[in-house]
Design a protein around this ligand. Structure first.
Ligand SMILES: [Zn+2]
Length: 342
């Protein structure tokens, strides 16, 4: 049984197991990289599996045979963006969203309460409240509405979690909320304060984490840290590149996730402390005869047993084994990055 309280104070990288698997990597291989937690996608599991079906099978951890921690998102981010972009039929309303799945044609309603029920059925260790997440470049008015709704929905999530499941104490699950407020420092601070007043196990930095120039929005991130209780989870959602993780960690964030680690691996972008900028395009011709490991400092099975030339060859021809090896290395690199944050 994973000790979530203990993990609250550890630097964690949560790879993306969108549909119940980290792509190209087995559960055993994932464990061997040292990774202790992963994030699954509530909407994808709901559409492709069904929350009741997963519950009947014993939950996502039993299905995956994964003994580490599982964090689930609320599903809101995907649903709202699919509806806003017109890709899915649906409507965002005062209580959440109602939408039709293009996969099986079923209609679902996502509300603060149902978001908790679905995550409980999936069997998550750390849940996320439904929040009102929006596009970039919000006007002040739009950001104010988003903060107001986010706080209101978070209160409803907490009430439902306490009433139906006995809260953290009885259920053993942790409930985190999302702090919104776009790039308005005072709104970030007031959202963080209001959510702290309700009381959660963790406070996640929501919304867009980099500005138009691709720079981390560190001031906004600090405003959230300064207005939330110590000794609670501080999760920088969607952060990010190694240098951004180091910056966010320096101001108090401990949990991170990004789809880039494994997606990059599959497309030949590998992390290595041997090269400038930490990023190596392994499919470049210059690596075709390179007999060194990907990273001379890395202790993963790939760097211990294989050369850059071999990985170059496998990924050039689109060999699945190459994607597995590249993913294992990148995951281990991020695990070592967490360890080195101190
Ligand atoms: Zn390695």
């Amino acid at each position: 049984m994973v000790d979530i309280k203990q993990l609250t104070n550890e630097n964690l990288f949560l790879p993306d197991a969108t549909r119940g698997a980290v792509r190209f990597v087995t559960t055993k291989q994932l464990e061997e990289t040292g990774i202790k937690a992963l994030v699954t996608n509530t909407l994808h599991l709901l559409i492709h599996y069904g929350a009741d079906h997963i519950a009947d099978l014993g939950g996502i951890k039993k299905l995956m045979n994964w003994e580490g921690m599982v964090l689930t998102d609320s599903g809101g981010f995907q649903v709202f963006s699919l509806i806003h972009s017109g890709k899915w039929k649906g409507e965002v309303h005062e209580d959440g969203a109602i939408f039709k799945s293009p996969k099986e044609g079923n209609t679902y309603e996502l509300t603060p309460e149902s978001a908790i029920d679905i995550q409980m059925k999936i069997g998550s260790d750390v849940m996320v409240c439904l929040d009102d997440c929006r596009k970039t470049n919000l006007t002040r008015k739009e950001a104010e509405i988003s903060v107001e709704r986010t706080v209101k929905w978070a209160q409803r999530c907490k009430n439902h979690f306490e009433k139906e499941y006995g809260g953290t104490k009885e259920s053993g699950r942790f409930l985190t909320c999302v702090v919104q407020g776009a790039n308005f420092l005072d709104l970030r601070a007031s959202c963080a304060k209001d959510l702290s007043g309700i009381g959660f196990d963790g406070y996640n930095f929501g919304g867009f984490v980099v500005n138009e120039d691709g720079e981390l929005v560190l001031d906004e991130m600090i405003a959230v840290i300064e207005n939330t209780p110590e000794e609670t989870i501080k999760y920088a959602m969607g952060v990010g590149k190694p240098e951004d993780i180091r910056k966010a960690a320096s101001v108090g964030y401990k949990w991170f996730d990004t789809v880039l680690v494994t997606r990059n691996a599959r497309h030949g972008t590998l992390y290595s402390s041997d090269v400038k900028g930490e990023v190596m395009r392994i499919t470049n011709a210059k690596y075709s005869n390179d007999l060194r490991p990907i990273d001379s400092q890395c202790d993963c099975e790939v760097c211990q047993n294989h050369t850059r030339a071999y990985i170059h060859h496998l990924l050039k021809i689109g060999e699945a084994t190459g994607m597995t090896l590249a993913s294992i290395h990148n995951l281990r690199y991020y695990h070592r990055l967490m360890r080195d944050l101190g």
